[in-house]
Design a binder for this molecule. Structure first.
Ligand code: ADP
Ligand code: MG
Length: 624
C-alpha cells in the first residue's frame, strides 16, 4: 500500500482556516478594524462596496509595518501580539491568533500598503489566493491601508452563501458599531458605495454612544461606574423611559471586546425590572474590565461568547452596579429597596453561591450595593439565578443580540415577538365585550370617538386606532398578502441625502409589499413609480420622506428589526391624525376595521386605542 497522508498546500489550508475566521464580509471588517485598533491608530476609515462583497478597505494611521513584517503578516499564526503561552493570559490586544490576515489572503485579492514610523519608504504587497503577486517599495504615510477585493472569488460555494447586500451591510454596520463604541478616543468613519454612513469624531464614551445611537439618548443616559479589586464596570444605561419594545441597543464589552451574554443581559434586565414594562428592553453599553486571567480567552475569537472564571459574581456585580446607578440618579422614586438600610457585609467572592444563599437572597428585599470600593463581596441578588434562562427566551448561542433585525429573520412575525406592553392585548372574549353596539357615534375634539357598547361606552382615540389598523394590515402584507400597487401616471422623483439613500435602498423590497413601487435612479435619486391603490395619489414624496424621518426616529436604534421599524413608521405616517374631522361613514369603517384587528386595544407601540367606561361604575360615581 502506498502512503497516502499528505500535507495540504498552504493556500488550501488557508482557505479551510478562513472558513472559521471569515464567514462573511462583516467578519473581515471586524478583523481589519481590530488590527487597526491594535496598531494604536487614532483614525480608522472603513470603505465598503457592494456590502463588502466587492471591496473592503481599512485605512489607519497606526504603527504600520516594516517590510519584513508586511510580508510575514500573511503567514498563518504570524502575530506580533503574543510570544509564549504565558502571554495568553495577559492579552490586552484584540487579536492574538495570527490567523486573520492569512485567512483573508486565502479568500480574496488583497493589497497592503504600510509604512512604520522609522522607515522612509513604505511597502506595497499584492497577494491573491495566498500567493504574493507583487511586492515593491512605495511612498506612503505612516499607517496601514488594507484593501480586499472580491471576497471568496476562489470559493464560489461560500460566495453563493452570502446574503443580500442589505443584509450583509447590516452585519458590517453591526461590527463597525461594536468596535467604534469601545474606542471613543479613535476617529472612525464608514463609507458604503461612496456614501459616508458614519463619521464619528473622537470624544467621550457618552458622546460616542449618542453619535451612534442618536440624539434621543443625549439627556437620557445614566452613568454606571463601580470599582472593586475583582473587577470594574463602567458605561451607561438608558433611563427607563427610553426602554424599547424591541431588543435593540444593548452592548456588553469585556476588556473592550464586544460579547453576547444572555446571562449578563438578564442581570441588567433584573436591575431594571421594577422600572420598565415587562416586555421592553432598556438601552445599555456596559464595559467590564477584569484581569484577563479570570477569563477563558481560549474561546474562539469569532465567537462572542465568553467564559468567566466565576459567572455568578459577575452577574451579581452587574446587577448591583446598574441598580445602584439607577437609584443614585434617582431615576425612580418608587424602587422597592432602600439604599439607606444597613449595608450587609457578605461572604468573600470565592464562596459558592449556594442554594441556601440563593433563596435567602431571593427573599431579601434589601439592596446590597457596592457603595464602597473594594467590596466585591456584597454579592446578593434578588433574582432567582436558577431560572434566569427560562425567563429569557434567547440563549446566546441561539439568538444573536442583533439577530432579529436582519432581513432574513422572519420569525419576528411569528406573533410572539410583536408584543405590546404599556397596554397588553386583550383576549378575544374581551374584544367582543368591548365592541360598540348600535350606530350612534360622536366625534369629540376631532380626535376621540364615543361609542356605546354592551357595558357602557368606549372612547376611541382615532389616531391610535388607525395606527393599529394599518399596522396589522401591513404585517399581513409582509406575511403574504401584498397591498396592490397603482402605477403613477406621472412618476415623481425624490432626492435624498446619502444616509437616507442607504436606508431607502434597504427598504425597497418591503415597501413594494406595502404597495410602493420605488426604483433607484442614479445617485441619491429615486423614482416613485406606484403607490398603494387604496390611498389617494399625490402625496407620495411627502409620505416617503416622512416615513424615513419616523423610521430614523425609531432607529436611532440601529439594531431594531428593519421591518418592524418600517411597519411602525408607515402605520404612524399614514394614520389619520388627531384634529381631523371624520364623517359618519369614516367613523363606522374605522370602528369596524379596528374590531377586525387581532389586537384592537392598543397601538403597536403600546398606547391604548380605546378606553372603556362601565355603566355600573358610572352609576356608582353618580351615587346610584
Ligand atoms: P493577530 O491580529 O491575531 O496578531 P492578524 O492576522 O490579524 O493576527 O495580523 C497579523 C499581524 O500583522 C499582527 O499581529 C500585526 O503585527 C500585523 N498587522 C496587521 N494589521 C495591522 C495594521 N493595521 N497595522 C499594523 N500592523 C498590523
Ligand atoms: Mg488581527
Amino acid at each position: 500500500m502506498p502512503d497516502i497522508v499528505q500535507l495540504l498546500p498552504e493556500n488550501i489550508a488557508n482557505q479551510i482556516a478562513a472558513g472559521e475566521v471569515i464567514q462573511r464580509p462583516a467578519s473581515a471588517v471586524k478583523e481589519l478594524l481590530e488590527n487597526a485598533v491594535d496598531a494604536d491608530a487614532t483614525e480608522i476609515k472603513l470603505f465598503v462596496n457592494d456590502a463588502g462583497k466587492a471591496l473592503i478597505q481599512v485605512i489607519d494611521n497606526g504603527n504600520g509595518m516594516s517590510e519584513t513584517d508586511a510580508r510575514m503578516c500573511f503567514e498563518r499564526h504570524a502575530t506580533s501580539k503574543i510570544k509564549n503561552i504565558e502571554d495568553l493570559f495577559h492579552i490586552k490586544t484584540m487579536g492574538f491568533r495570527g490567523e486573520a490576515l492569512a485567512s483573508i489572503a486565502g479568500v480574496a485579492q488583497v493589497e497592503l500598503k504600510t509604512k512604520n514610523g522609522d522607515d522612509t519608504t513604505g511597502t506595497y504587497i499584492e497577494i491573491e489566493n495566498s500567493v504574493v503577486k507583487t511586492q515593491q517599495p512605495i511612498a506612503a504615510p505612516q499607517g496601514t491601508s488594507i484593501c480586499m477585493k472580491n471576497l471568496f472569488f476562489n470559493v464560489p460555494a461560500r460566495r453563493n452563501f452570502l446574503k443580500s447586500n442589505a443584509s450583509e451591510l447590516r452585519h458590517i454596520v453591526d461590527e463597525f458599531i461594536r468596535v467604534a463604541m469601545a474606542f471613543p478616543e479613535i476617529f472612525f468613519s464608514l463609507t458604503s458605495n461612496g456614501q459616508q454612513v458614519f463619521h464619528l469624531e473622537r470624544g467621550t464614551l457618552k458622546q460616542r454612544i449618542v453619535q451612534i445611537l442618536g440624539n434621543n439618548y443625549a439627556a437620557k443616559l445614566v452613568s454606571v461606574q463601580e470599582e472593586t479589586d475583582y473587577m470594574n464596570i463602567y458605561g451607561f444605561v438608558g433611563k427607563p423611559e427610553t426602554a424599547k419594545k424591541t431588543r435593540g441597543d444593548q452592548y456588553f464589552f469585556v476588556n473592550n471586546r464586544f460579547i453576547k451574554s444572555a446571562y449578563l443581559n438578564h442581570a441588567v434586565m433584573n436591575a431594571f425590572s421594577d422600572m420598565i414594562a415587562k416586555d421592553s428592553f432598556p438601552m445599555y453599553a456596559l464595559f467590564i474590565d477584569l484581569d484577563p486571567s479570570r477569563l477563558d480567552i481560549n474561546v474562539h475569537p469569532t465567537k462572542q461568547e465568553i467564559k468567566f472564571e466565576d459567572e455568578k459574581i459577575i452577574y451579581a456585580f452587574v446587577q448591583s452596579a446598574v441598580k445602584h446607578a439607577l437609584a443614585q440618579f434617582s431615576v425612580t422614586p418608587t424602587l422597592d429597596f432602600d439604599l439607606d438600610v444597613s449595608i450587609h457585609q457578605s461572604d468573600a467572592v470565592s464562596k459558592p453561591f449556594t442554594d441556601d444563599k440563593r433563596s435567602a437572597a431571593a427573599s431579601s428585599s434589601l439592596y446590597k450595593t457596592f457603595t464602597q470600593k473594594h467590596q466585591a463581596h456584597f454579592i446578593e441578588s434578588k433574582s432567582d439565578l436558577q431560572h434566569w434562562d427560562q425567563q429569557l427566551p434567547d440563549t446566546s448561542d441561539k439568538l444573536p443580540v442583533t439577530g432579529n433585525q436582519t432581513a432574513g429573520n422572519e420569525d419576528f412575525f411569528d406573533g410572539k415577538k410583536i408584543k405590546e406592553t404599556a397596554c397588553s392585548p386583550e383576549p378575544v372574549q374581551k374584544k367582543e365585550d368591548k365592541k360598540p353596539t348600535g350606530n350612534n357615534f360622536v366625534q369629540l375634539h376631532n380626535s376621540i370617538i364615543i361609542a356605546e357598547n354592551r357595558n357602557g361606552f368606549i372612547a376611541i382615540h382615532q389616531q391610535n386606532a388607525h395606527e393599529r389598523i394599518l399596522y396589522e394590515k401591513f404585517v399581513n402584507a409582509i406575511k403574504g398578502k401584498p397591498i396592490a400597487t397603482q402605477r403613477s401616471l406621472f412618476p415623481v422623483t425624490i432626492e435624498l441625502v446619502p444616509a437616507d439613500t442607504v436606508l431607502l435602498n434597504e427598504l425597497l423590497d418591503d415597501l413594494k409589499l406595502l404597495g410602493y413601487l420605488i426604483e433607484p435612479f442614479g445617485s441619491n435619486t429615486f423614482v416613485i413609480q406606484g403607490s398603494p391603490a387604496d390611498i389617494i395619489q399625490g402625496n407620495e414624496r411627502a409620505t416617503i420622506e416622512k416615513m424615513l424621518d419616523q423610521y430614523k426616529h425609531y432607529s436611532t436604534e440601529l439594531k431594531f428589526n428593519k421591518r418592524e421599524k418600517l411597519l411602525r413608521s408607515m402605520a404612524w405616517q399614514q394614520s389619520v391624525k388627531t384634529g381631523t374631522s371624520l364623517d359618519q361613514k369614516e367613523i363606522i369603517s374605522l370602528i369596524n376595521d379596528l374590531f377586525e384587528c387581532e389586537t384592537p386595544n392598543c397601538t403597536p407601540n403600546g398606547k391604548p386605542s380605546y378606553l372603556e367606561f362601565k355603566k355600573d361604575e358610572l352609576d356608582k360615581m353618580f351615587g346610584r
